[in-house]
Design a binder for this molecule. Structure first.
Ligand SMILES: [Zn+2]
Length: 303
């Protein structure tokens, strides 16, 4: 007669403990976090002494090389947009274990700056030679602002440069809208044009190199601006949509394939800062590696 009320409460408290344990496991499950970094252009340091806001969003070539080398040495897996889509839609119950071993990361570069060809591609080639590992980068491109064939002073890439990077296996070319318009402010008709025509033009540029139509299958909202209407039209023509909101992707709490968060990266971000954003096990060995690199960099400047 004394015990029944206690017994009645027992399953409830057990359930609460169970839920708490699950929540703790989810929040600590590092395999559920996939960092997606959003860069713009890649600049050489010396050139930009008087920095404008425009310059600040680009990243230094030297720092980027150090960062990429860190990722390669630590055996990161450089995801394409299709890789990420496959992970997110995977029904494989072992996917968390696989991800823990392979440490996924995505490096994306927006707006199609020419420096992604002139300053980034040489780094990727150099690192491939040194480590026999290919770093893949995702480019979110506005085909409406691509450079013309013979243009010398355009700050943007042209179709030919996109094709070369794709052919060499470094670029994953995806859409960022036709003309980098805030899609939430457009009429339905103009919104469809931005979304659909950007896909058509990118695929036209790469058609013979991309028989499976992997190019322009994923979309990054210009300015990260979206609403349910924009999402609806993007979902009509693309498999996934990327934001620009300085947040980490957690697979366990992602609501929609059309709201994939990205970390924003600008020039102020040191390499260590950048790594600290997603690598909680940033250990002594890797710090040592970085400081050696930094010293080497300084020595080079002195000469
Ligand atoms: Zn953009």
């Amino acid at each position: 007669m004394l015990n029944p009320p206690k017994n009645k409460n027992f399953p409830l408290s057990l359930a609460i403990v169970f839920i708490l344990v699950i929540l703790i496991i989810i929040s600590q499950d590092s395999a559920s976090i996939i960092p997606i970094l959003g860069f713009h252009g890649v600049i050489t340091n010396q050139k930009y002494v008087n920095k404008t806001d425009q310059d600040r969003m680009h990243y230094s070539q030297k720092d980027l090389e150090t960062f990429l080398e860190y990722l390669i040495v630590n055996d990161y897996w450089f995801l394409t947009s299709q890789d990420l889509y496959n992970i997110l839609s995977s029904k494989n119950p072992k996917i968390s274990q696989i991800l823990k071993k392979r440490k996924p990361i995505m490096l994306s570069f927006d707006d199609g700056y020419k420096t992604v060809y002139t300053n980034l591609l040489p780094i990727l080639k150099r690192l491939e030679k040194k480590y026999s590992k290919k770093v893949k980068v995702v480019l979110f491109i506005n085909p409406g602002t691509l450079a013309n064939k013979n243009s010398v002073d355009s700050p943007n890439l042209g179709c030919e440069e996109l094709r070369k990077g794709l052919q060499q296996g470094f670029y994953d070319i995806q859409s960022h809208g036709l003309n980098h318009k805030d899609l939430t402010r457009l009429s339905d008709q103009r919104l469809i044009k931005e979304v659909l025509q950007s896909q058509n033009e990118l695929r036209k540029c790469t058609h013979d190199l991309d028989p499976e139509k992997k190019v322009a299958s994923h979309f990054a909202y210009p300015y990260g601006a979206y609403n349910p209407r924009v999402k609806k039209y993007v979902a009509k023509y693309y498999l996934s949509g990327y934001l620009y909101n300085n947040k980490l992707l957690n697979r366990n709490i992602l609501k929609s394939y059309y709201e994939i968060p990205r970390l924003t990266v600008n020039q102020q971000e040191s390499v260590k800062n950048l790594i600290g954003k997603f690598d909680t096990k940033f250990n002594q060995k890797t710090i040592k590696f970085l400081s050696i690199k930094e010293k080497l960099g300084k020595a080079k400047i002195k000469q």
